[in-house]
Design a protein around this ligand. Structure first.
Ligand code: PGA
Length: 255
């Protein structure tokens, strides 16, 4: 399975000029990397300038959120089909920062369904709020079950799951990354859960990523020791040098 690395720019940078410069820096630094699917999940307002900047490169764009209805009078929102129509191949669904703004498991489910039906790949974020003693926190199981409930199996081949323990996200509290060993264990449990719900044929193709304070110092270890299929990178993706160092290190890992 080709590794997947997603840059989640969140609500950054503040100007189109900076967005172009950042995209250009990543484009240059990533140009020889062939074994990773690289996605820039950018603010929607920058789509056109960033698309132009990365044209002809190995970078793809993604969106950080869509609305949970198909279309209509929802001022300020964007739909899954609109995102697809401007060539966004990936849509992040259920990021913890959106859940913190009131997005329930039920809303996440609606967004996931619309995303998958649009033909985009969905990055479904799951993760517990606090460090937990449970080996497989119930909250993760609930998030997975509610999100995929009732979605036709044929659509789930485009599902990607990102394990993002909220306590490990850089903007949250200590912003201290999880350990690769813990990520290894949780990723196995998440995979096992998908095998149980969906059967091997579909579940074996669902990539599992890790996100939470990923940096150029720990990225390769998360992939090699944590044995995940890729990474979701927030803060470090806003610096082209750091982000491309992550890409280079991960591209050299085995597995
Ligand atoms: P971080 O963010 O890498 O800055 O911790 C990750 C995320 O929120 O997706």
């Amino acid at each position: 399975m080709k590794k997947i690395i997603i840059a989640n720019w969140k609500m950054n940078p503040q100007t189109a000029k900076e967005a172009i410069a950042l995209a250009r820096g990543v484009k240059l630094g990533a140009k020889n990397i062939k074994n990773i699917e690289i996605i820039l999940a950018i603010p929607s307002i920058f789509f056109s300038v960033v698309l132009k900047t990365i044209s002809g490169s190995n970078l793809k764009i993604g969106v950080q959120n869509i609305f949970y209805e198909k279309n209509g009078a929802y001022t300020g929102e964007i739909s899954a089909l609109q995102a697809r129509s401007i060539l966004a191949n990936y849509i992040i669904v259920g990021h913890s920062e959106r859940r913190a703004m009131g997005e329930t498991n039920e809303i996440v489910h609606k967004k996931l369904k619309l995303t998958l039906e649009s033909g985009a790949r969905a990055i479904l974020c799951v993760g517990e709020k606090e460090k937990s003693d449970e080996s497989f926190p119930k909250i993760i199981r609930d998030e997975i079950h509610t999100a995929i409930h009732g979605i036709k199996k044929q659509f789930l081949k485009n599902l990607v799951v990102a394990y993002e323990p909220i306590w490990a996200i850089s903007s949250h509290g200590m912003g201290e990354a999880d350990t690769p060993n813990n990520v290894y264990e949780i990723a196995i449990l998440i995979r096992r859960e998908f095998y149980r719900i969906l059967g091997k044929k579909i579940a074996q193709h669902i990539p599992i990523l890790y996100g939470g304070s990923v940096s150029e110092k720990n990225a390769a270890e998360f992939v090699s020791v944590g044995n995940v299929d890729g990474l979701l990178v927030g803060g470090a993706s806003l610096n082209a040098k750091k982000f491309t160092a992550i890409l280079r290190d991960v591209s050299k890992t085995k597995s």
